[in-house]
Design a protein around this ligand. Structure first.
Ligand code: NAI
Length: 268
């Protein structure tokens, strides 16, 4: 069983399974207050993991923590800006001290920025996207893998996007930083090759969350139309199920993958 430090006053339901053959895991989900992160936190709790949630938004993050507890697992919300190395390091340290060694890491926090053609795209928005979507993913990998590598165990899923493998008009910052997430995934997967640790990326198509509402609203205001394909938008739970699978032992032969979850829209 993965270390349950089980501090005073921390209840543990026990008995769940995340990684086959291993009872009880500790998961950390960044951006766990949002649509995909929240659905993933709940899915992992139902699979038997205690779940830490890192997010900039305290009320959303706390709400997810309550949902994890309602699923019978321990939860810990930590207000964290993933773009800040000191905050990420402190977050990882607290999770391990309070819940035990992290066995599953969902490097998921991300922002969309604005919709604007590249010649009008604001520099400051581009910089913040680099900080959150790209450096944030790097920092998460760095600090979590620093713990996992000496133990030789653990699994990581980075939330990339179908925007990691194709262009989208008006989304210079988002597309560039999501391409970088795939690059980081591949480097990290190679850096842990030869251990039992795995690092994969999930590439969702459009999913019904606050982020897609914001992008749709921006597109509407600038006179554009965004349409869901025939398959419609995905639900956060559709992505969460695939993330949970990639983190599980069932995916033990999957490393460095770019796993699309888009009803096949990207291959057309
Ligand atoms: P969301 O906006 O509902 O969730 C994002 C969460 O990240 C929010 O709770 C937000 O507070 C948090 N966050 C933002 N900046 C942060 C920071 N600096 N530090 C810590 N937390 C921060 O959006 P959604 O859709 O759940 O996004 C999750 C991930 O999924 C993102 O990486 C996004 O790029 C990716 N994605 C989303 C798609 C969609 O259509 N919704 C499609 C493909 C990928």
């Amino acid at each position: 069983s993965q270390g349950h430090s089980g501090g005073p006053g921390v209840a543990s339901a026990g008995g769940g399974r995340l990684l086959a053959g291993e009872v009880v895991s500790v998961a950390l989900v960044t951006g766990g207050g949002g649509g995909i992160g929240r659905a993933t936190a709940v899915a992992l709790a139902r699979d038997g993991a205690d779940v830490a949630i890192a997010d900039l938004d305290s009320s959303l993050g706390e709400e997810t923590a309550r949902l994890v507890e309602a699923a019978g697992r321990r939860a810990l919300f930590l207000r964290t800006d993933v773009a800040d190395g000191a905050q990420v390091a402190a977050c990882v340290d607290r999770v391990e001290r309070q819940l035990g060694p992290i066995t599953a890491f969902v490097n998921n926090a991300g922002i969309e920025g604005v919709v604007a053609p590249i010649h009008l795209y604001p520099d400051d928005v581009f910089d913040r996207l680099l900080q959150v979507n790209t450096k944030g993913v790097f920092l998460g990998l760095k600090h979590v893998l620093a713990r996992m590598i000496p133990r030789g165990a653990g699994a990581v899923v980075n939330t990339a996007s179908t925007s990691s493998i194709r262009g989208r008009a008006g989304l210079a910052g988002y597309v560039a930083t999501k391409h970088a997430v795939l690059g980081l995934t591949r480097v990290a997967a190679l850096d842990v090759a030869g251990t039992a640790i795995r690092v994969n990326a999930v590439l969702p198509g459009p999913v019904e969350t606050r982020m897609i509402e914001s992008l749709d609203e921006q597109a509407r205001r600038s006179g554009g139309i965004r349409r869901a394909g025939a398959a419609g938008y995905g639900k956060p739970e559709d992505i969460a199920d695939v993330i949970a699978f990639l983190l599980s032992d069932k995916a033990k032969h999957v490393n460095g993958a770019a796993w699309t979850v888009d009803s096949g829209t990207t291959i057309a």
